[in-house]
Write a protein that binds this ligand. Sequence first.
Ligand SMILES: *[C@@H]1O[C@H](CO)[C@@H](O)[C@H](O)[C@H]1NC(C)=O
Ligand SMILES: *[C@@H]1O[C@H](CO)[C@@H](O)[C@H](O)[C@H]1NC(C)=O
Ligand SMILES: *[C@@H]1O[C@H](CO)[C@@H](O)[C@H](O)[C@H]1NC(C)=O
Length: 384
Amino acid sequence: MEEGKDPAAITTVISRSNQSRALPQRFIQLLALFLVLCFTISLFSIYMIRKTGVVTTVTSAIPILQPCIQEQPNNNLDRWITPPSNLMHTMSDKELFWRASFVPQVKKYPFSRVPKIAFMFLTKGPLPLAPLWERFFKGHKSLFSIYIHSLPSYEPRFPSTSVFYNRQIPSQIAEWGRMSMCDAERRLLANALLDVSNEYFILVSESCIPIYNFTVVYRYITQSKYSFMGAFDDPGPYGRGRYNLNMLPEVNISDWRKGSQWFEVNRKLSTIIISDVTYYPKFLEFCRPACYVDEHYFPTLLTIQAPNLIANRSLTWVDWSRGGAHPATFGATDITEGFMMKLHEGRECIYNDKPSSICYLFARKFAPSTLQRLLLFAPDFLGY
Ligand SMILES: *[C@@H]1O[C@H](CO)[C@@H](O)[C@H](O)[C@H]1NC(C)=O
Ligand SMILES: *[C@@H]1O[C@H](CO)[C@@H](O)[C@H](O)[C@H]1NC(C)=O
Ligand SMILES: *[C@@H]1O[C@H](CO)[C@@H](O)[C@H](O)[C@H]1NC(C)=O
């Protein structure tokens, strides 16, 4: 029986149960006190946040936000003359061309403007000759800017010290001979026009090299009366032969031109090219697909709209002497002292209406394998 238990044992049990009952009581009291305290504190906090807390946060945040606000060039001239810090944007071509076509009516700039040359690289992907270009650009930071249009899938890996770092523009696929090539060129022009310091716009490719140093190139381009758009009237099947009478009245055969796509144009002509948003519809309709729009469109457009502003020749030399549909591509073994000498020698052309022996500032096409030898010869033969 339970009652038959020893009394001493019972007392211990009682005193134990007394003790164990006393502990939870204390604990519960403490807990209750704690809960009340918590509740009061949270109520107080809510009240404080509502009443003053928000105000305190905002006032303390303003000094932090203010420098940011001030850095945004909002109400001063900088807003209009500082180039975009990030070349990536979400504008469509239509939006971009509209924005880029803004032209000031007051011709004199109200600030000291040093005209820059925009080098626009139209490439598939990497720039294998980048080290040569880096050397060419070195020391002339304020006189040029760079824009790269490559396949949209290509992800460039230039170090942050490179002149090519972060110079990609939003790009789309461009095919040779197709309108998409002209679109890519216009996209380059339009992005470069967003920087008001850019006055000259030159299109180059990954296989192209400068054959004079920056000083010579800058002077030649900035002191020229004309822009350099190759445009000639070719009576043969690949020239006038590609003209179609249905292009009338937009394009008369007397204005039909052919030319190299590697042009150099000034701000005024760039604006003409990108403002012509619809292209000549009949030109497009009757030039495709066998007529190589990219060889005819810009030369013909400028011959119609600004014939007196173009030199009708290109600044980029290519070697057609080997015949065929494509110009020669030079490899490492072609790059000899004799070859380098010939890049400058025996030239004759008209520059600013006078004979000149400097006719080309750039040359193509150079394979990636030529880099080391070009770097070797450039100081002696190219002046950089
Ligand atoms: C094309 O231009 C030539 C000369 O510039 C002119 O004589 C001819 O009438 C023009 N043709 C048409 C169809 O406008
Ligand atoms: C380029 O050709 C156009 C005609 O197509 C002509 O009016 C212009 O004078 C030429 N430019 C130069 C610099 O000769
Ligand atoms: C650039 O080249 C020209 C001629 O080739 C030369 O006279 C000039 O010293 C060179 N300039 C620099 C900065 O190397």
